[in-house]
Design a protein around this ligand. Structure first.
Ligand code: VGL
Length: 211
């Protein structure tokens, strides 16, 4: 794999999802830090672009239960819950924020206002096209929302898309959502790998792998 045509998308490793005291803590989130960070190291060593996504909501949004949505208040912009978790390895890359205008911001590519139905695009696709990216690796939180929707959008847009299964966890609002997400991703053409295996195949000092 040629690092420079690849981007690694790290979804929402923010306190509200990744810290046990976060308001929408994803069970087992801390178990993925070592492999998420290994994948980030791999990206840095191969020249792949790292894109961190960040849920970034206003204080009041129809995304939240108290305003008619389905989620507890989480990742309110500029709050502790919206900050990246301390354990996340931060390397030079890009940050893409989602949900900024009060929309449901599941996918890193697109958003939808739950009330008006208005849809729009984040800056991610332009950013990736400008850099000649054709392949995406997706990891982070949560498998059944941000990771799934980001990967599905990526597939629709024609990126070869791999989900790193050891580097993600589902929030499972409904039991089984994680497995259903993997099934849907498989049906729609996603590939699967583990962060462990890609980071063990460091290509920094070797020619790019074939294929
Ligand atoms: C997400 C639940 C609620 C996500 C966002 O980005 O995975 N999950 N809001």
């Amino acid at each position: 794999m040629n690092g420079s045509s690849t981007a690694l998308i790290i979804a929402d490793i923010q306190n509200d999802f990744a810290h046990p005291e976060g308001s929408l803590y994803v069970r087992g989130a801390e178990e993925i830090f070592p492999v998420v960070n290994a994948a980030i190291e791999w990206a840095r060593s191969t020249g792949a672009i790292v894109v961190y996504t960040q849920d970034w909501h206003p204080l009041s949004t129809p995304h939240f239960k108290r305003d008619g949505g389905i989620w507890p208040v989480h990742c309110v912009r500029n709050s502790w819950g919206a900050e990246f978790h301390d354990s996340l390895l931060q390397v030079p890359g890009e940050t893409v924020r989602k949900g900024v205008g009060g929309e449901d911001g599941y996918s890193a590519f697109s958003f939808r206002d739950p009330v008006s139905g208005k849809v729009g695009e984040t800056r991610l696709e332009k950013l990736l096209r400008a850099r000649g990216v054709r392949e995406l690796m997706v990891a982070g939180l949560a498998l059944d929302y941000c990771v799934k929707e980001t990967a599905l959008d990526a597939l629709r847009k024609g990126f070869a898309t791999t989900v790193l299964l050891d580097a993600t966890r589902p929030v499972e609002l409904h039991r089984g959502d994680g497995e259903r997400a993997v099934e849907e991703l498989r049906r729609k053409g996603a590939r699967f790998a583990t962060a462990r295996e890609i980071s063990e195949k460091r290509t920094g000092h070797a020619p790019a792998l074939q294929g």
